[in-house]
Design a protein around this ligand. Structure first.
Ligand code: G3P
Length: 222
């Protein structure tokens, strides 16, 4: 399973990229807005730091605007994936951009039907938002199971399932068990995945015991 970071925060991107954890990045207008500043700089930097796919989202809602923006976004790098919303115009732009060799991520997917249509339009990724479904009392992970089953039935679909709107580490485990292709994680979730109280206690004890040994052998070093 690939891990993408769901952020436009350069500090977080560098931090996790230095650990070798990141296969790509997803952004959206809300994440750009959260960082403030000029999104152009963020997009330039992110596409330079990350070798894998970087999803950058259009803000036009009609076909021709999406096409223009998609092509402009693609100028940031060959690793740019154009993110379009799951609308009729979005699907038309998905079809056109994909036919021109520009990969597309269809976002704001909340049903298996939408995922099926995005795959038919040639999307490289579909982004089902599981946390937002959970928020309204629908089981987001069931949607991932349904999409996985459908795509498995039709091996001609090359579209990858990119699980988005992830809220906590259990979402990641469940997505991996289902066999989702990608999870895109807020930095806070990736931080939590690394932690375990027994790891912390274990390390503290190793260091305490080492200090005891050093008291008796002041010159030792590793
Ligand atoms: O990638 C889409 C994701 O950022 C949406 O997450 O937390 O706003 O539902 P959220």
């Amino acid at each position: 399973m690939k891990i993408f970071l769901d952020t436009a925060n350069l500090e977080s991107i560098k931090k996790f990229n230095d650990m070798g954890l990141l296969d790509g990045i997803t952004t959206n207008p809300s994440l750009m807005s959260k960082e403030g500043g000029n999104p152009k700089n963020a997009m330039e930097e992110i596409t330079k730091i990350i070798k894998g796919d970087v999803s950058l989202e259009v803000v036009s809602t009609e076909y021709s605007g999406m096409m223009e923006e998609g092509k402009r976004l693609r100028e940031y790098g060959d690793n740019v994936v154009v993110k379009v919303p799951m609308t009729p115009d979005g699907l038309k732009a998905c079809k056109s951009l994909s036919s021109e060799g520009i990969p597309v991520n269809v976002t704001l997917i909340f049903s298996a039907n939408q995922a099926l249509l995005a795959a038919k339009s040639g999307a490289k990724y579909v982004s089902p938002f599981i946390g937002r479904l959970d928020d309204i009392g629908q089981d987001g992970m069931n949607l991932i199971k349904d999409i996985k089953e459908i795509f498995k039935n039709y091996p001609d679909f090359k579209t990858q399932i990119l699980v988005a709107s992830i809220r906590h580490p259990l979402h990641v485990i469940d997505a991996a068990k289902i066999g989702a292709d990608v999870v895109t994680l807020p930095p806070v979730v990736l931080d939590k995945m690394m932690q375990h109280p027994l790891t912390k206690i274990g390390l503290e004890n190793f260091l305490i015991d080492w200090e005891k040994l050093k008291d008796k052998n002041p010159d030792i070093q590793i």
